[in-house]
Design a protein around this ligand. Structure first.
Ligand code: RB5
Length: 144
């Protein structure tokens, strides 16, 4: 499993913790940024989203200040289903019901402990399919 990761300056500290701990054993595709110098989140969101859409990566993890900007940008890439999650329940449902393939976290919203739990649950939860797949198909009919 390849996981594409990206962050902006506000997300860098949390992503750095994730990279060193929860993601230490994972094969990562690192799209940057690599420090806390101010930068523009859409660049990293689009790079991660494109890697997921092209199947270079199985899933993606994006971190900015709130996770919201990353999700807005990533959602513009067809086939990408970003989800902002602030707790484990949201992470579980984002996978089980929404088949989310890009997790968006707020580095200024969740602490490193909660952030690590969210990532762990997101990566270990399978999509349930069935009626949830039918609902996602309605979204896909709309195009991007
Ligand atoms: C950067 O200050 C902040 O706007 C960004 O990280 C993100 O939270 C946007 O959604």
């Amino acid at each position: 499993m390849n996981i594409a990761i990206g962050c902006d300056h506000a997300g860098y500290p949390l992503l750095q913790t994730l990279r060193e701990q929860t993601l230490a054993e994972q094969k990562l595709l690192d799209m940057g940024t690599h420090d806390t110098k101010r930068t523009d989140y859409p660049r990293y969101a689009l790079a991660v989203a494109r890697a997921v859409a092209s199947r270079e990566a199985t899933s993606g993890i994006l971190v900015c200040g709130t996770g919201i900007g990353m999700a807005l940008a990533a959602s513009r890439v067809r086939g990408v289903r970003p989800a902002v999650c602030t707790n484990e329940y949201m992470a579980r449902m984002a996978r089980a019901h929404n088949n989310a393939n890009v997790l968006c976290l707020g580095g200024r919203v969740v602490g490193s402990g909660v952030g690590q739990d969210i990532v762990r649950v997101f990566l270990e939860t399978e999509f349930e399919g069935g009626r949830h797949a039918d609902r996602l198909a309605i979204i896909d009919e709309q195009g991007n």
